[in-house]
Design a protein around this ligand. Structure first.
Ligand code: ADP
Ligand code: MG
Length: 580
């Protein structure tokens, strides 16, 4: 249970503000997250990490000398947007290129990749290594699909130590890739976590039972057993991880290992020490050479009670990097030579661009855009709990709040644009960017793609033809598929969006007016969204818990159908008003 908050929607933002106020010696706030408040040598590779908030000390708590140069901090359990990652990377860049690293989740991959493309387009060299340490989330054959959990620490740390030692970007990426390959984690949970203001945990574990194979965003475990003794748990964790040695480690006996026993949020250190006592005995009995063990909280999941064991198997080069000093708000080892404080005034956020000119007809369309975004907000607000519940079955439970954050931000941006005299395209572009920036998560980025594609066809001059609207939606569907790589049948929003766009175009071709064509298309989307209940997910977070979701529709397809239906009703009402 999270007990203290003001407005739940402001929680992440207020948390970051307080974190920075308490740690000015290490970090300063920039758009999208935090960067070091100290000067880094010119030409040093900038290590930028990130992910959703709710995992402290990941990710902001790991920014400082010897560790990350910056952290993109998304909303609670939601990926930072591409704009956030880009902004943090720009602020962290020392002229030596940017190294991005984060846990392997679909939403994070989308947004970090988009940021990477943008940085490269500007001539800033950029490389990425995603962390894939969680052994239960995919088989060894598909280990590149595994999630990242507490193993973030070893990968970030090795990359940062290499950057600090003067490695160039490709060498930083090389050692980080090796560190990831040599890091394996496995975890269990006794309770789920409850987001601020939420009434129920994202998942629950029956009293006396333990979920095996935890996720760090409220993804339920993949198996469940009775809670073992502390020693029994140590045996389970060690046995599983010694059963899967990384490439390059032929036998546990004689190999060097760094064990990290990570607390998920509300497990006591004392309990972890009791468990660690047995872990150390077991590793020693297996002939492993234990170096620098860690017991503590490195990557939490809000107030979840649980723990994970990470085994990191460094070679000589990684072991030497691992031993270099670090000084961050949450992680300190050895003693660093304190760097100079940076001059904060050197960095100012870009001012809002002026609104481009628009004619009267387009400004009138902009008010319809504003009304449509208002309808989206009302629809999302009315269904926020339902969307969260559907997403919690196989995903991470944040679809409702993500859509809420995105649509509300879009509405504020659209209203400001209309007040400043913007035309339809500019109004919708501002709404799209605000949506993807504030929503976080996969769906936020994809809604930004859809609305931007539509905006592209509306223009800031004149009243667009209905066929232009259809072309915009078709472009949005194509954009979502090329950005997210999902196809029809993968159990994503694409399953509703594709029939929506094709039916809309077809109905207009057949001579229907926009409002009735839209309604026909929304009906097709609604049927297609309902039919996703029968599918197995192949994309996104839900993939890991695929079986659980059979019988439940895809949350992103369902919300899209609800929104399409509500906007259809709005267009019909507007048409009837215009006719009287
Ligand atoms: P996250 O998955 O980051 O938690 P949300 O919960 O807000 O984001 O949205 C989940 C929805 O996003 C899914 O139900 C699905 O419709 C959609 N989605 C996820 N991955 C993809 C993808 N690669 N392509 C298209 N849609 C996707
Ligand atoms: Mg989700």
């Amino acid at each position: 249970m999270t007990r203290l908050w003001n407005e739940p929607a402001d929680f992440a933002d207020e948390m970051i503000a307080g974190f920075v106020a308490a740690n000015e010696r290490y970090v300063r706030r920039v758009t999208g997250g935090v960067v070091r408040s100290t000067v880094s040598p010119a030409g040093q590779v900038a290590v930028v990490v990130g992910g959703g908030s709710g995992h402290y000390p990941a990710f902001g708590g790991l920014v400082g000398q010897g560790l990350a140069h910056g952290a993109a901090m998304g909303n609670l359990f939601a990926s930072p947007s591409a704009q956030q990652v880009y902004a943090v990377a720009k602020a962290a860049d020392n002229g030596g290129g940017v190294f991005l690293s984060y846990g392997n989740y679909a939403g994070d991959v989308l947004n970090f990749d988009a940021a990477q493309e943008r940085l490269r387009a500007e001539g800033i060299a950029c490389e990425t290594v995603t962390v894939t340490d969680d052994v239960v989330s995919a088989t060894t054959e598909e280990k590149h699909k595994r999630r990242g959990i507490a193993g973030d620490l070893t990968v970030f740390r090795i990359a940062a130590a290499a950057a600090e030692a003067g490695y160039d970007l490709s060498e930083v990426a090389r050692v980080a890739r090796l560190a990831n390959e040599r890091t394996r984690s496995f975890g269990v949970a006794f309770t789920g976590c409850t987001l601020p203001g939420a009434e129920a945990p994202l998942f629950s574990v029956p009293e006396g039972r333990m979920a095996v194979g935890l996720g760090i965003h409220g993804e339920p475990g993949i198996d469940e057993t009775a809670i073992p003794t502390a020693d029994g748990l140590a045996e389970l964790l060690v046995e599983r991880l010694l059963g899967e040695l990384p490439d390059g480690i032929d036998a546990a006996r004689g190999a060097r290992v760094v064990p990290v026993l990570n607390g998920l949020g509300s497990l006591k250190y004392e309990e972890m020490f009791v468990v660690y006592r047995r872990i150390a005995e077991l590793l020693t009995a297996a002939g492993v050479e234990i170096v620098g063990p860690h017991v503590g909280e490195y990557c939490t999941s809000f107030d979840m009670a649980g723990t994970s064991l990470t085994l990191f198997w460094p070679d000589a080069e990684l072991a030497a990097l691992w031993e270099t000093p670090v000084d961050t708000p949450a992680y300190r080892r050895g003693s660093v030579t304190a760097a100079e404080r940076a001059d904060a005034s050197a960095l100012a956020d870009a001012a809002l661009e002026a609104v481009p000119p628009a004619d009267e007809a387009s400004r009138a369309v902009a008010t319809t855009v504003l009304a449509a975004v208002t309808t989206i907000v009302d629809t999302v607000d009315a269904h926020v709990d339902e969307l969260g519940r559907i997403d919690a079955i196989a995903g991470d439970g944040d679809h409702g709040i993500g859509m809420q954050r995105g649509s509300h931000a879009a509405l504020a941006a659209a209203r400001a644009a209309v007040d400043a005299g913007a035309g339809a395209a500019t109004t919708l572009t501002r709404a799209a960017d605000a949506w993807s920036d504030k929503a976080g998560g996969t769906s936020g980025a994809l809604w930004g793609v859809i609305l931007n594609a539509l905006a592209d066809k509306l223009g800031d001059e004149g009243r667009p033809e209905p066929t232009a609207v259809a072309a915009g939606i078709v472009g949005g569907a194509q954009g979502v598929m090329s950005y997210g790589k999902a196809e029809v049948g993968d159990k994503t929003m694409v399953d509703a969006l594709v029939p929506f766009s094709s039916t809309l175009a077809h109905a207009l071709d057949g001579g229907a007016d926009l409002a009735s064509a839209w309604r026909t298309a929304a009906d097709a989307a609604t049927r297609a969204a309902a039919a996703t209940a029968d599918l197995l997910p192949r994309m996104g977070r839900a993939r890991t818990h695929g079986q659980n979701s059979v019988g439940t529709p895809d949350p992103g397809a369902h919300s899209l159908a609800l929104i399409a239906t509500a906007v259809g009703a709005l267009l019909t009402a507007e048409k009837e008003n215009a006719n009287v």
